[in-house]
Write a protein that binds this ligand. Structure first.
Ligand SMILES: NC(=O)c1ccc[n+]([C@@H]2O[C@H](COP(=O)([O-])OP(=O)(O)OC[C@H]3O[C@@H](n4cnc5c(N)ncnc54)[C@H](O)[C@@H]3O)[C@@H](O)[C@H]2O)c1
Length: 459
């Protein structure tokens, strides 16, 4: 395949996979020597070979600062690994060397894939977030650099664990990227700079909206016969809180992250509403997922500033997918369409109108690629780079809003961080035979949030 064809099919593949849319633990033994220079080969492995894992692998090998090769793949389901392998072979085949004995299936597959790498290589962690801390811990023990997808946690106990692991990774001089890519979108970075320079004045209010029809695995009907609850829930992870934090954490994290970044602060508390309106499909089948159809959150910052976020997955209702920053002097559009879509812009006064426009961004480079360029440069140049702490904090702020809606209580950042409800305490010990962390009741239904009835747990 010619170079041109290669890059065309790579772009097409990225589009299809969502790429475009895809101190205490270790002694520091002169670890700088572990890192690749510009001409050294960096090997990568994927753990979680779905849409984003495949997309991230393409981004990895598309970095231009030196040779990179995909050499190992791991998944819990053989069909997922096979389809990812087949697709990647067509698009990045020349930068892949994954023979049968470096394709690993099972709940311990991650260990074998990481054992195939050498210290200083990179592992891509793109399973549902429930498994993130398990895989990150092993990556640190193997002295691997990491790219991990968002969200990185779904509850209080795993957030505390991940914060400790983030410190271990920094102490071991490992470089870690987290897939909150809107912070790597150039227009968003320019907007952030303009806000810090005072173009909008003091920030008084922020608004984020992600409202569209049901998408991905937001809704789930009862599991089919012949499949375990565990397999069903992992395959449909957006439906189940232990696996993903639900649609709230999975879908809303980008707006929550980039708006809080614009203010350089995390909210200290949240109160929220949510409701389940449509729980049956047209054929009368009952949805058994744990998501609410609507969420409306009021976040409060320490200085009293408010951030309102509305999320809705409902067919036929008005769709909005954008975010705004209101300051004393003007308004900024952070995401015009989607998680980060530009152009970003600033306006005099509070009305978004062409006449009042002060500035509009023009750089539309791909943030999924930018975040990889930054990571690989950090590895080759041995620059400090660890995005896990803010990844945990963004995930925690999502959990705070979700828990406020699910319990009907005001939830503070500190309460969420110190919450003792761990959704999947034995997730590191799962096998195909173990029961799922979420089992149905006698009626075949999984437990769902009951705001007002349960205050310190979401289900
Ligand atoms: N940054 C973004 O814009 C973006 C876009 C899409 C997805 N994501 C994130 O990427 C992650 C994956 O999402 P996706 O859409 O690729 O889902 P997916 O279902 O397509 O892929 C997940 C893969 O992980 C595998 N898996 C599950 N548990 C595993 C385990 N314990 N060990 C090994 N493999 C396991 C699954 O079989 C599947 O192949 C999620 O956290 C999601 O939020 C981020």
């Amino acid at each position: 395949m010619s170079t041109d064809n290669n890059s065309t099919s790579r772009r097409q593949f990225l589009k299809a996979t969502g790429g475009l849319a895809v101190a205490s633990l270790l002694p520091n033994l002169g670890i700088a020597g572990l890192f690749a220079g510009s001409s050294d080969l960096i090997q990568i492995a994927i753990v979680g070979c779905g849409g984003r894992g495949s997309g991230a692998a393409v981004n990895a090998v598309s970095t231009t600062s030196g040779p990179i090769k995909l050499i190992a793949m791991a998944d819990v389901f053989a069909d997922r690994l096979t389809s990812s392998y087949d697709n990647l072979s067509k698009t990045i085949g020349e930068q892949m060397d994954v023979p049968e004995d470096r394709k690993f299936i099972g709940f311990d597959a991650y260990k074998h894939a990481m054992d195939s790498l050498k210290p200083g290589d990179v592992v891509i962690l793109t399973t549902p977030p429930a498994f993130r801390w398990v895989h990150f811990k092993y990556a640190i023990s193997k002295r691997l650099n990491v790219f991990m997808e968002k969200p990185v946690t779904v509850d209080g106990p795993t957030s505390r664990r991940m914060l400790r692991l983030a410190e271990d990774a920094t102490a071991a001089n490992l470089k870690v990227g987290v897939g909150l890519m809107s912070r790597h979108y150039i227009g968003m970075q320019e907007l952030h700079e303009r806000i810090q320079d005072g173009e909008l004045g003091e920030i008084l209010l922020m608004r984020g909206y992600r409202m569209h029809g049901p998408t991905a695995t937001f809704q789930s009907l009862p599991k089919p016969a012949g499949m375990t609850d565990l397999e069903y829930q992992i395959r449909r992870f957006h439906s189940f809180l232990w696996a993903s934090g639900g649609c709230f954490n999975d879908y809303y994290i980008h707006h929550i992250d980039h708006l809080c970044w614009m203010k350089n602060a995390w909210p200290v508390s949240a109160q929220a509403l949510g409701g389940r309106h449509y729980r049956q499909n047209a054929a009368g089948g009952t949805f058994v997922d744990q998501n609410l159809d609507t969420y409306s959150v009021e976040y409060t910052f320490a200085d009293g500033c408010k951030f309102f976020f509305d999320g809705r997955c409902m067919t036929g209702a008005h769709g909005i997918f954008s975010s705004y920053v209101h300051g004393a002097k003007g308004v900024g559009v952070a995401a015009r369409s989607g998680d980060f879509g530009g152009p970003q812009a600033t306006y005099r006064g509070q009305v978004v109108s062409r006449e009042a426009m002060l500035w509009q961004s023009t750089n539309e480079s791909n943030p999924y690629q930018n975040e990889w360029d930054v990571l690989i440069h950090a590895i080759r140049d041995d620059n400090p780079h660890n995005e896990v702490k803010r990844g945990v904090e963004a995930s925690l702020v999502c959990s705070m809003g979700r828990m406020a809606a699910h319990t009907g209580q005001e939830i503070t950042f500190e309460q969420m961080l110190n919450c003792e409800h761990e959704f999947a305490p034995e997730v590191d010990k799962l096998t195909y035979e173990t029961p799922s962390p979420l089992m149905p009741g006698a009626d075949g239904r999984y437990p769902v949030p009951q705001p007002g009835l349960k205050g310190d747990r979401e289900y």
